[in-house]
Design a protein around this ligand. Structure first.
Ligand SMILES: NC(=O)c1ccc[n+]([C@@H]2O[C@H](COP(=O)([O-])OP(=O)(O)OC[C@H]3O[C@@H](n4cnc5c(N)ncnc54)[C@H](O)[C@@H]3O)[C@@H](O)[C@H]2O)c1
Ligand SMILES: O=C(O)[C@H](O)CO
Length: 386
């Protein structure tokens, strides 16, 4: 039997009951729900990851929609509980939804929302930060200073990698992968090689135009290549960043064999999902190749690290903070709330989840639509003509 969970209530007399499994940044998301006659209940339990039982207790007997988190296991049990409580709307406060069993949601007629776009640049900036920190060994050097070990400039002290003119490899050149690629190409004049199931036409056009601009300015132009296989990227790139979705095709995409294809002094960045890398194989590879470096925002058994990773000087590890800028997190909360609200109110689905700016403008009312529902087609939900 689950213990009762502590909650904070807004607009107790609201007609629709919307539950958020966590307090979320900002207040706009609460205001928007309250203005549309929602009673908002926010779980304030001091427990980072809620169990399925905790969430069932939160859903209770009557619940119109839930805003949940990527740490929660949204499968058959939760969707049937939500459906029994009359709910037809759920949104992750995240763009990734590998924690959600969409087939189970379909079975119970529950719309599943996510939060694309608002976190693209913020996440790409963290990947770029990890790239630079790994290339120039910033964390190791910081620890060295704080330990009082610095006793004067030395020619060999913390020598790292120059990025300019090197090749950046991107696996998964969707929204975030493309934004990251642009940052590295434009900021460091790196050449690009990418692998994706689809052609990244806009990215290719950008690199071509930037290359022409550099050439016209008398500088070495940058180049791009769409690789026929992921292995080609791993062999050729000096810096590789992973940005695919996590699904059956990307689980352990980077394994022992693929790590061995990479250059000995390559840098590997992961801001996608932990299981995209076989972390045990990675620890072994880091041990055998001290000049190989990684920057990780995500981990295979989050929140835990595989044994040995924390001791590796050639690994930079941060706690899943890639989307953690104030504007982005407030925007994610807004999109998640509007996904749920839209379904409750019977609004259509926004026509383009890559263009969610109208929902984020604090000076105007958001469109009467759900910004991004991933199973809209499966549920036959109408699309906005706006
Ligand atoms: N660390 C974080 O805090 C953080 C923040 C945001 C997103 N993410 C993760 O990043 C992922 C990508 O987000 P996005 O908005 O760029 O999504 P997106 O859908 O725009 O991009 C994902 C890309 O991966 C490609 N892809 C799918 N399977 C592939 C495969 N087998 N090989 C190569 N490419 C493949 C897709 O074609 C697509 O272009 C999310 O699903 C999420 O898991 C993590
Ligand atoms: O998928 C996501 O959105 C992230 O992991 C958290 O921002």
């Amino acid at each position: 039997m689950a213990k009762p969970v502590s909650i904070e209530v807004w607009n107790p007399c609201g007609k629709y009951r919307v539950v958020s499994t966590k307090p979320m940044p900002g207040t706009r998301w609460i205001d928007l729900l309250v203005q549309q006659d929602c009673r908002v209940e926010i779980c304030t339990q001091k427990k980072t990851i809620l169990s399925v039982e905790d969430i069932i207790a939160l859903i209770g007997d009557k619940c119109d929609g839930v805003i949940g988190q990527l740490t929660e296991d949204w499968g058959e049990t939760l969707f049937s509980a939500l459906s029994r409580a009359g709910g037809r709307a759920f949104s992750n406060m995240a763009v990734g939804y590998n924690n959600v069993d969409v087939n189970a949601a379909n079975k119970y007629g529950v719309a599943v929302g996510n939060t694309p776009g608002v976190l693209t640049e913020t996440t790409a900036e963290l990947a770029a930060s990890l790239s630079m920190a790994a290339a120039r060994r910033i964390v190791e050097a910081d620890e060295f200073m704080r330990a009082g070990l610095y006793d004067g400039w030395l020619p060999h002290l913390f020598v790292g990698n120059l990025l300019r003119g090197q090749t950046v490899g991107v696996i998964g050149a969707g929204r975030i992968g493309s934004a990251y690629a642009r940052m590295m190409v434009e900021g460091f004049k790196m050449n690009l090689i990418y692998y994706d199931l689809y052609q990244a036409t806009r990215l290719e056009k950008f690199v071509t135009a930037y290359g022409q601009f550099l050439k016209a300015s008398g500088e070495q132009p940058v180049t791009w290549k769409r690789a026929a296989s992921m292995d080609e990227v791993l062999r050729e790139a000096d810096l590789i960043s992973l940005h695919p979705v996590l699904d059956k095709t990307t689980y352990h995409l980077v394994n022992k064999e693929r790590l061995s294809m990479m250059k000995k002094e390559a840098i590997l960045i992961n801001c996608s999902r932990g299981p995209v890398i076989d972390e045990v194989a990675l620890v072994a590879h880091l041990k055998e190749n001290p000049m190989f470096r990684v920057g990780l925002d995500v981990f295979e058994d989050e929140p835990y690290m595989k044994p040995g990773l924390a001791e590796m000087k050639n690994a930079i590890v941060v706690p899943h903070i890639a989307s953690a800028s104030k504007w982005t997190r407030e925007g994610m909360a807004t999109l998640a709330a509007l996904n749920v609200l839209g379904k409750i109110k019977g609004y259509p689905i926004w026509h383009d989840p890559n263009k969610v700016e109208p929902f984020l403008n604090e000076n105007s009312l958001p469109p009467a639509a759900s910004p991004s529902i991933v199973n809209a087609k499966a549920l036959g939900l109408p699309v906005s003509k706006l």
